[in-house]
Design a protein around this ligand. Structure first.
Ligand code: UT7
Length: 340
């Protein structure tokens, strides 16, 4: 499997911590020091379908591939604009594609689950090109009266076009899941069936036991990265870039310290995006690529974790030259905000 192209789309509306101070009992100081987040994008007057489409179109153009050449569309998302049809089906026509299409739900780990699924289609010969999009409007699920969760999330979409060549660039991948709906969940709509009594109340929105999820994220990310590196026979100090799901900068700092990773090899954009769930890793990868620092032959380690509980990590070799127009991104390498 090789990454042939990458795209992204972000909502126009920026919501800063100062704006949150106006509606919640919170402060920029608390949010920035506990999470690293300073602002996030929130969809307004837009649909997630439109964001996913925009990211997908950019990825196709970057790959030099036409929609008709796509053999499978996968969208990793927690919830599209519709419960059905899938977001993948909704973007297909405008891409000019005609192929199997489905959404894949593994919460914040969705992009990694998507990579593994795409790889299976490519390796089995069922597909020559796969479009994988991570697209989330997770702020729709947040409970905007719960300061401990709503300040964390943002919306966005990132997409990659995947194909094959003689050189295999997926050097290893490892996924996990375990049943625990207590720590991080959001109930689906109850509907109005008069013959079903005792619906659970979905109005509480997204619920998270923050500290337990934090512990899971740190421990699992460290374990997954070690597992995948050992299996591939590539020590972590030979990895050029480590990209973690952007959930909390203190999680990034703790994993970085435990694995002895140089901060200059671990970019983050959480201060601008917040936690965008399945879109988080492709959005960060897009920024690194467009910074011009990601070069052909570089090895990337990706690691994500989230509701399920799910987690996963992979090692990838990058094969693309930097784009012709670069976007300076010195703030991808901000200093850690505090000691854990
Ligand atoms: O993407 C899926 C994976 N998700 C994650 O990985 C998230 C993991 N968890 C976290 O990132 C952190 O646990 C949080 C950012 C959610 C919370 O940070 P924390 O350092 O664990 O804070 P806490 O929950 O222990 O709360 C500490 C205090 C509490 O006040 P008291 O009880 O000490 O008086 C909270 O009520 O901070 C209070 N607090 C806030 N204060 C101001 C919680 N949220 C806020 C807020 N503003 N927004």
């Amino acid at each position: 499997m090789n990454i042939l192209g990458i795209g992204r789309a972000l909502p126009q509306q920026v919501v800063t911590n100062q704006q949150l101070e106006q509606i919640l009992d919170t402060s920029d100081e608390w949010i920035a020091s506990r999470t690293g987040i300073r602002e996030r994008r929130v969809m307004e007057g837009q649909h997630l379908t439109g964001l996913a489409l925009q990211a997908a179109q950019e990825a196709l153009a970057d790959a030099g591939i036409k929609g008709q050449e796509i053999d499978l569309i996968l969208v990793a998302t927690t919830m599209g604009d519709y419960l059905f049809p899938s977001l993948a089906c909704l973007i297909m026509e405008d891409l000019g594609a005609s192929c199997p299409a489905m959404d894949l739900h593994a919460a914040c780990t969705g992009f990694l689950y998507g990579l593994q699924t795409a790889d299976a289609f490519l390796k089995s010969g069922k597909a020559r090109h796969v479009l994988l999009v991570g697209a989330e409007a997770i702020t729709r699920l947040a409970n905007w009266t719960d300061r401990s969760t709503c300040v964390l999330f943002g919306d966005g979409a990132g997409a990659v076009v995947l194909g094959t060549s003689e050189r295999e660039d997926l050097l290893g991948i490892h996924l996990n899941a375990q049943t625990d709906s207590r720590l991080l969940y959001s109930l689906s709509p109850a509907g109005n069936n008069p013959f079903t009594k005792g619906h659970d109340d979905p109005s509480q929105g997204l619920v998270m036991v923050g500290q337990d999820v934090f512990r899971f994220a740190v421990g699992q990310s460290e374990k997954d990265l070690k597992t995948v590196a050992e299996a591939a026979g590539i020590p972590m100090d030979q990895v050029d870039w480590v990209l973690l799901h952007q959930a909390n900068r203190r999680i990034l700092d703790t994993v970085r310290r435990r694995l002895g990773i140089d901060p200059r090899r671990m970019p983050d954009n959480i201060h601008r995006t917040g936690n965008t769930s399945a879109a988080s890793i492709p959005l960060l990868l897009w920024e690194l690529y467009h910074s011009g620092r990601l070069l052909p032959g570089h090895i990337l380690a990706l690691s994500a974790f989230g509701a399920g509980l799910t987690s996963g990590a992979c090692l990838l070799r990058w094969g693309k030259q930097p784009p012709s127009e670069l976007i300076p991104a010195d703030d991808l390498f901000e200093q850690p905000v505090q000691n854990p």
